[in-house]
Design a protein around this ligand. Structure first.
Ligand SMILES: Nc1nc2c(ncn2[C@@H]2O[C@H](COP(=O)(O)OP(=O)(O)OP(=O)(O)O)[C@@H](O)[C@H]2O)c(=O)[nH]1
Length: 396
């Protein structure tokens, strides 16, 4: 580390915090990207900038403040960062756990300062920072769920895990060698290795949060592009894209079935109970059908009260399985009326199931066949599943 002296590393780190604060504030205020999370992040970086020891910067201050300012500053910065992370990942969990850990940490630091024990002060700070960093790891893992690959989740959580590890190691170091603490009070600077490590961790936490923010924005754009805003099912364009991809897979022996769906007498719901009731009925149907479908299945709203489910099959011609799945969807809706303004509105739908045709690139022939079966289900009395030429389910 001879090429970099410690005061330079500390100044670079301070400048980085200031620039990061400006960048988050610009994203939040000028571009309205993750505004609340951005403001919290900016506040965290400003706090770190203002309270970090830049190498002798606190030398003229009273000894108590020389130790108190960086310890409280670091703790406050990590609390703000964790709150920002929670907002970024749209977590609904109340911040009481963060408040508890931050509050206990601050109390521990204050007690350490009051009794004049530098090791106790640093130990309280290390314990709180370790816990907060572990909470951050948990937050990311839960927040991204299965939506990111394991590698991406691992890379994103790594900086927080590193921070937890460093704080834990520092705590252990203080227990084994209490004389190491209070280096600020003695006017000592950290070693170049420590200073660089802190800088790397701070910078990688910022990069990790930027990656999460980009991921959030991209996910939102994808949702707006591919989802029906009312029901959350795929919109027509996205469903057609899924169908085209499934048709291509058909050549490789991966079969699927199409179940065309239309809610029965839906106009009556609108006419008798109003448009909002109709909207609620559409959401109700999609919630029930999504619950009955597997993760690999795709449900799309093709328009109005017409939907289509794309059901991948284990064996290409397995129409019986597709019919059984569709019958389950029919029965589930028929069994669960919509609760609307104190009333229970019975709902049902008709279904037409068909297999796709190889070589039909956009899947139009399969859709037309499923549509013909749906037409037959309507004509034969509704609330039923018609498959190819066979009637499999029928209820009055
Ligand atoms: N509330 C609401 N209604 C919609 C929406 N999209 C379409 N509709 C209504 O859905 C109704 C469809 O009615 P029809 O095509 O006559 O079909 P139906 O009443 O379900 O009759 P069958 O299909 O023959 O059983 C129309 O009244 C449309 O206005 C929507 O997003 N929200």
């Amino acid at each position: 580390m001879e090429f970099l002296d410690v005061p330079t590393i500390l100044k670079v780190s301070a400048a980085f915090n200031l620039m990061a604060a400006l960048a988050w504030l610009t994203l939040a205020q000028a571009f309205r990207i993750a505004p609340r999370a951005g403001r919290l992040m900016a506040a965290g970086h400003v706090l770190r900038f203002a309270t970090q020891d830049w190498g002798g910067g606190l030398a003229g201050w009273p000894p108590l403040l020389q130790q108190a300012i960086p310890e409280f500053g670091l703790l406050g910065c990590i609390v703000l960062l964790l709150l920002a992370l929670r907002r970024m990942l749209r977590s609904r969990r109340p911040p009481s756990d963060i408040a508890w850990v931050g509050g206990l940490g601050a109390f521990g630091i204050a007690v350490g300062l009051a009794i004049g024990s530098a090791p106790a002060t640093e130990l309280a700070s290390a314990a709180a920072v370790t816990t907060l960093a572990l909470l951050a790891v948990r937050e990311v893992v839960r927040g991204v769920g299965s939506q990111l690959s394991r590698i991406a989740t691992g890379v994103t959580t790594l900086p927080f895990a590193l921070l937890a590890g460093m704080s834990l190691a520092h705590g252990a170091e203080l227990l084994l060698e209490p004389s190491w603490s209070g280096h600020l009070l003695r006017g000592e600077l950290p070693t170049p290795e420590r200073a660089v490590l802190w800088y790397v961790v701070t910078a990688s936490i910022t990069l990790s949060l930027i990656a999460l923010m980009v991921w959030r924005v991209v996910t939102r754009i994808q949702h707006l592009t591919y989802r029906d805003p009312l029901t959350g099912s795929l919109n027509r364009r996205a469903f057609e894209q899924a169908l085209t991809e499934a048709q291509a897979q058909l050549q490789r022996g991966h079969g699927f079935a199409l179940a065309m769906i239309d809610i029965d007498h839906f106009k009556r719901v609108n006419d008798l109970h109003g448009h909002p009731a109709g909207d609620a009925a559409l959401q109700h149907c999609v919630r029930i059908w999504q619950a009955g479908l597997r993760k690999v299945d795709r449900l799309g709203r093709l328009g109005g009260e017409e939907f289509c489910a794309l059901l991948p099959l284990a064996s290409p011609g397995d129409l019986a399985t597709a019919a059984a799945v569709t019958e389950r969807l029919r029965a589930a809706l028929a069994a669960e009326p919509l609760a609307w303004e104190g009333l229970l509105l019975p709902l049902s739908a008709s279904f037409g199931v068909a297999l796709p045709v190889a070589g039909d690139a956009a899947g139009e022939i399969g859709l037309a066949r499923a549509d013909a079966e749906l037409y037959r289900a309507k004509a034969e009395g509704r609330n039923r599943v018609c498959v190819a030429t066979h009637l499999l389910g029928a209820t009055a």
